[in-house]
Design a protein. Sequence first.
Length: 79
Amino acid sequence: LDTGPFRLMRLFKREVGLTMHQFVIKKRIEYVKDQLANSKLSLVQIAYDAGFSSQSHMNACYVKEMGISPGRHRQILKS
């Protein structure tokens, strides 16, 4: 039978359209965007709170998803 974690991953991808990892990163980026717009927390703190392993990892994921760095995005939001 097709049971266990691999079946769950396939079902998740079929239903959501993203892998579990892509889904988690997308949710983390949504959290980061909200914090950039609505808080004065440092980027390091936002990265930590969002569950990224480092600010560098957050920056890389953010640029990949949004096409702009979180620091630059915050500057634009605040201007």
